[in-house]
Design a protein around this ligand. Structure first.
Ligand SMILES: Nc1ncnc2c1ncn2[C@@H]1O[C@H](COP(=O)(O)OP(=O)(O)O)[C@@H](O)[C@H]1O
Ligand SMILES: [Mg+2]
Length: 340
């Protein structure tokens, strides 16, 4: 039995879920005396495989079941049904053995010691994971350099900004050289510069160390910049599994070009540019919707040539809109990837 399980460690089933389920029984007070029992199917039969070295996005609206999935992949939660293996290990049965193979970052909760200098959390992590001194020093040095932590090591965690703390948390998750890194909303609440730093670090980590990364996020740009593959879940079910570009094709989603003109004018008209329309006018600012599958460059060039521009920016569609459109379009999951 053990041999069969270990075989999964190799090929495309490094992370393997088959019909995974998690049901929560929630008691809710109704009126003064009555309590109502309600079942929440947080994860409702999810199957997928992630190959070693892949970097995969796992996205969906609030309450979709993303964190619950991650908790089952770490062994924090025991599944109600189905099967899960990570590096051939059943996470909830062998949580301690799995711990040396995985790193976890929860964006909304730190694993660092609040009152201690950052470096103390790392020393504790070294002891907890029994990381040999030389390896610990090498890993720490790399993280400190790439995540720009040098000046922060002696600062108590409570004094760090959110972006600094997140970088600190990512380093803590990597000191024991895990094969898999789960990140649950690592860019939530971060400013643009911090986001860029985190993204660059993750890209390098995946490219140079072949670390398998499962990334949960609300930010479609995280996915577009980092992941060749994205899975979308909602109500505990997989709605889509494929390349990020396909996400927009399936949902027919749009990006928005925000144009600031020198003065108020009638809505912009570009008869020769297909699939563009003005969706809002606010004084000299106009909003043009265009298909998210295409490039903004030709549109920008045409607007700039025909109108007096002060400034412009492109807004990405948010996840909620993309998913809403998926339902409308009756999106399906490509059959070769899942058994949903
Ligand atoms: N410990 C819990 N007890 C009861 N319900 C829970 C618990 N954890 C999550 N849920 C419910 O399960 C669903 C999925 O939650 P979650 O996995 O946290 O979603 P996401 O991370 O995608 O926002 C939600 O309806 C949430 O309220
Ligand atoms: Mg969550």
């Amino acid at each position: 039995m053990e041999d069969i399980e270990d075989m999964e460690d190799a090929a495309d089933g490094f992370i393997a879920l088959d019909g995974l389920e998690k049901v929560f029984d929630v008691r809710r007070r109704v009126g003064a005396f009555r309590r109502e029992k309600r079942r929440v199917r947080a994860v409702d039969g999810i199957s997928f495989r992630v190959a070693r070295g892949e970097m995969v996005g796992y996205i969906g609206p609030n309450g979709a079941g993303k964190s619950t999935t991650i908790k089952m992949l770490t062994g924090i939660l025991t599944p109600s049904g189905g099967r899960v293996r990570v590096a051939g290990i059943d996470p909830s049965r062998e949580r301690a053995r799995l711990a040396s193979r995985i790193g976890v970052v929860f964006g909304q909760r730190t694993t660092l010691w609040w009152d201690l200098p950052l470096i103390d959390s790392y020393r504790l992590a070294q002891r907890m994971y029994r990381v040999p001194d030389a390896r610990y020093r090498a890993n720490l040095e790399r993280c400190v350099e790439l995540l720009d932590l040098g000046a922060l090591l002696d600062v108590p965690v409570r004094q760090l900004s959110l972006g600094q703390r997140m970088r600190g948390d990512i380093a803590a998750a990597l000191l024991h050289d895990p094969d898999v890194l789960y990140l649950d909303e690592p860019t939530i609440g971060l400013d643009v510069i911090s986001k860029a730093k985190v993204r660059e670090f993750l890209r390098d980590l995946n490219a140079e160390h072949g670390t398998t990364v499962l990334l949960t996020t609300h930010d479609l740009q995280d996915i577009e910049q980092l992941c060749g593959r994205v899975m979308v879940i909602d109500h505990g079910r997989l709605l889509y599994d494929g390349p990020p570009a396909g996400l927009h094709e399936v949902g027919g989603s749009e990006r928005t070009l925000v144009v600031d003109l020198e003065r108020e004018t009638a809505p912009i008209e570009l008869p020769d540019v297909p699939d563009v329309r003005v969706v809002r006018v606010e004084g000299p600012r106009q909003y043009l919707a265009f298909p998210a599958t295409g490039s903004a460059a030709p549109l920008v060039a045409r607007v700039a040539a025909a109108y007096p521009l002060v400034d412009l920016s492109v807004r990405e569609p948010d996840i909620e809109t993309v998913i809403a459109k998926m339902y409308v379009e009756g999106a399906t999951v490509p059959e070769d990837r899942t058994t949903v």
